[in-house]
Design a protein around this ligand. Sequence first.
Ligand code: CA
Length: 227
Amino acid sequence: MRAESAPLLLIEDDPMIGSNLVRALGDEGITVVWCKDAQSGENALQINTPSLILLDLGLPDRSGMEVLALVRRAHAHIPLMIITARDDVDDRVAGLEAGADDYVIKPFGMKELMARIRAVLRRVDSPDQHVIGNGEITLDLLAHKASYRNKTLLLPSKEFALLQLLTNAPGSIFSREQIEQRLYEWDKGVTTNAIDVTIYALRKKFDNDIIRNVRGIGWMVLKSPLS
Ligand code: CA
């Protein structure tokens, strides 16, 4: 595991499970910030970006699912694993669909949990990372999901392809021709006004500012939201 890793955030109210986890992770050289309810977990997220979040669902103040929703809205890229006693299939599916990277049922062996944490971190670290963004736009390349200013949507292929092209190189301007080529990969029957239609659709779904027009040259997304 990466030695320079940011601390892992553990949100778990059970004192026994929590202290066991802190010890086991410590043995692996992983520092842990341990929060015992949803609110303090959310507060900790305001201060530091953890390398990974381990999230219990049955928390004293509110459901871990609410924490998960908040994490995916505001910190889409942070890997998150649910650790819970709920082994109902519907709960697991709901957790994974809400954006958890893995779901571990209690009681679990520490060895298994460590292996799964490593697997999740490897996926995040891998060069073919499937999440790209500019700090304001986040694209999940596997799920075809796009997030912009607290709004996350599943996009049709053509819209996703266009946004992906621009988001791969924030700050670069793409000409009509370059974008047309990209759209053509997705839809052989692409029409001459496909770009305008697709950009219009994206702006309508998110916000006009999501894609900037540089008059006479082409389109771009900003390098960072502040530029
Ligand atoms: Ca609990």
